[in-house]
Design a protein around this ligand. Structure first.
Ligand SMILES: Nc1ncnc2c1ncn2[C@@H]1O[C@H](COP(=O)(O)OP(=O)(O)O)[C@@H](O)[C@H]1O
Ligand SMILES: [Mg+2]
Length: 386
């Protein structure tokens, strides 16, 4: 069987780091198997991270700023590829392709009153290809959005390949900046797979902590702040009424809905309340929104929930989620690593597989998931020098 090395690159809405997954892929899409050869997490240069977060905020950014950020992020992505290869002692000429998600700085899904959805991931693919010498695939979301889709989530196609069980109903719950679920009923293939963003993952909690500490902390490390707080029931009830939660899938969301503006709005209405109580309330809201989405939108309660993403490291969030899922009758929560898929590398690995789909000419969007009018080939390819 043919084998290719593809490097998946991912930086999520949290902008917490660049994940590079060097993946050995066997077979041709969609019959693929994948083995992680090496995972490397590169840090964003501090100033660049700040500029990216500012560009995502509500204050206007100039075209010059976005233009420069597009190239600077590409340079950081290329450097991440080079470091990953050095650490893994793999020569660049052995690599078939880099598959880069890019850094989302704006995601505007289709919605009533908006004529067309749009999305922008920075990190120009030609720059990555030129600097690494490796052909680079990127812009995975645009084609799906061009035909009415949300361009998200895209990882479910790879979940169906790597994580589907023939007997058990599984939910794959990722808790990144945004939280999203992939529903995998027993069986094979893609036709009955469902997936959507359930709402905020760590994003709302991160924004609260960052605002409350004047930017000196980025997250509620190990849930220590929320642990000392109590859920504010009145506020909790109000937050649960947010329209995103009752919106029917296909749906996707981002920083525009659950980022700093959401938390600033909360803070003006919750003046005088303790930060630990607000942290507890947002942590409870995040967990509730996941379980509530299962209850509302999944055809049946999953036999097991596989949890991935940075939220797995927040014990308070996991405590609330365990309790909320138990109320639905779901008592089996499995950390991603237990399925032999390295949690930290999972999304980057998924993009390596999506890169293989692009090279093989196989559509990888799931129209029932994204809402697109049809199957689409995803991605654009920039030539390497090799
Ligand atoms: N020890 C921890 N305690 C609390 N939160 C954590 C911890 N480790 C990671 N996180 C959260 O996970 C987030 C990163 O998760 P990740 O899955 O990489 O998200 P994204 O896909 O948006 O980059 C961090 O911003 C932070 O909120
Ligand atoms: Mg991340």
């Amino acid at each position: 069987m043919t084998s290719r090395i593809i490097i998946g690159l991912m930086s999520g809405t949290s902008v917490d780091g660049i994940d590079a997954a060097i993946v050995e892929i066997r077979g041709r899409a969609p019959r693929l198997s994948a083995r992680l050869l090496h995972h490397h997490q590169a840090n964003w240069p501090l100033r660049l991270r700040r500029r990216l977060l500012a560009a995502m905020g509500n204050a206007p950014s100039s075209a010059a700023e976005i233009c420069e950020l597009n190239f600077l992020t590409a340079r950081s992505f290329a450097a991440a590829v080079q470091s990953a290869l050095q650490h893994a002692r793999i020569a660049p000429h052995r690599v078939t392709a880099v598959a880069s998600h890019g850094q989302t700085i704006c995601h505007l899904p289709p919605q009533p009153g908006r004529t067309t959805g749009s999305t922008l991931q920075l990190g120009d693919v030609s720059v990555i290809a030129a600097l690494t010498g490796i052909q680079t695939i990127g812009n995975f979301r645009s084609a799906d959005m061009a035909v009415g889709g949300h361009g998200a989530p895209l990882v479910p196609w790879t979940d169906a390949i790597l994580l589907r069980d023939t007997r058990k109903t599984r939910a794959i719950q990722n808790i990144g900046g945004i939280a999203n679920v992939t529903y995998l009923p027993p069986g094979r293939g893609f036709s009955d797979v469902l997936a959507f963003d359930t709402g905020p993952g760590n994003m709302a909690i991160d924004a609260l902590i960052s605002i409350a500490t004047g930017g000196s902390r980025h997250c509620d490390t190990n849930g220590r702040i929320a642990r000392h707080g109590r859920v504010d029931e009145r506020l909790f009830t109000r937050l649960k009424a947010h329209r995103y939660f009752s919106q029917q899938p296909p749906k996707s969301t981002g920083r525009e809905v659950f980022g700093a503006a959401f938390v600033e709005n909360l803070l003006t209405r919750a003046a005088g309340k303790r930060i630990c109580d607000l942290a507890a309330t947002l942590t409870a809201l995040t967990a509730w929104s996941i379980a509530d989405a299962y209850h509302r939108f999944l055809p049946r309660v999953p036999d097991e929930v596989i949890i991935g993403g940075g939220g797995l490291h927040n014990p308070e969030l996991m405590r609330y989620l365990t309790a909320d899922l138990a109320k639905l009758g779901c008592r089996t929560l499995i950390p991603m690593d237990q399925l032999k898929i390295a949690n930290k590398a999972r999304e980057a690995m998924a993009f390596a597989l999506l890169g293989a789909a692009a090279l093989d000419g196989v559509p990888a969007n799931l129209p029932q998931v994204t809402g697109a009018a049809q199957l689409m080939l995803l991605g654009v390819v920039a030539q390497g020098t090799g």
